[in-house]
Design a protein around this ligand. Structure first.
Ligand SMILES: [Zn+2]
Length: 191
């Protein structure tokens, strides 16, 4: 049973804070309109290690694995990471601009980082996500949409950067996620 989340001053209550230096300000008068879903694992398809957090904090030891060499010098982040256990990590305040989408376009509007929230699921393009990750993601999105009512759009990284990116990948079950989200919202209305 996932307890509903609340957001105070851009911080998701109950998330573990792992601050990333990889952010800047959103352009002035920019409202959050989009939530971008990603997957990440370092190295790919290996889970339960500290490397994602280290990567987002620019303290990944690039000598640990050959794949890490390809990440050298990259400065990226996401607002949230949802681990396989369902634990949520917050790396960037929602009010700030995290560096997750890169060059991107949504419905003709470029620079998704300006007006989106980025959520990484610990996962890969070739592995099913954990049921708890869907539950937590749905509750998190419900909390975000309650706090930022314009954030009605949901997209995958592959939707906003289709030539460069494949995540959240074929194993991300959009229908299941949307059904959970709808259920949570209608439950909230009847309470
Ligand atoms: Zn991504």
């Amino acid at each position: 049973m996932v307890v509903p989340f609340q957001i105070h001053h851009g911080v998701l209550q109950g998330a573990r804070e792992v601050p990333s230096p990889n952010f800047n300000q959103r352009p002035t008068n920019t409202e959050i309109q989009l939530i971008v879903i990603h997957n990440i694992s370092l190295p790919p398809s290996q889970f339960g290690n500290p490397y994602i957090e280290a990567f987002f904090q620019n303290r990944l030891d690039y000598t640990v694995h050959p794949y890490f060499q390809t990440l050298k010098g990259l400065q990226v982040s996401a607002h949230l990471v949802i681990l396989r256990t369902g634990e949520v990590i917050q790396c960037v305040n929602f009010a700030d601009r995290a560096w997750h989408a890169g060059r991107s376009t949504y419905l003709g509007k470029p620079e998704c980082n300006d007006y989106s929230i980025g959520i990484e699921l610990e996962g890969s393009d070739d592995t099913a996500f954990e049921p708890i990750q869907y539950e937590v993601l749905a509750h998190v999105v419900q909390a975000i949409q309650q706090e930022y009512p314009k954030a009605i759009h949901l997209a995958g990284h592959s939707d906003v950067a289709p030539i460069r990116k494949t995540d959240p990948g074929p194993f991300f079950e959009w229908n299941h996620f949307r059904t959970l989200l709808r259920t949570i919202k209608s439950d909230a209305l009847t309470k």
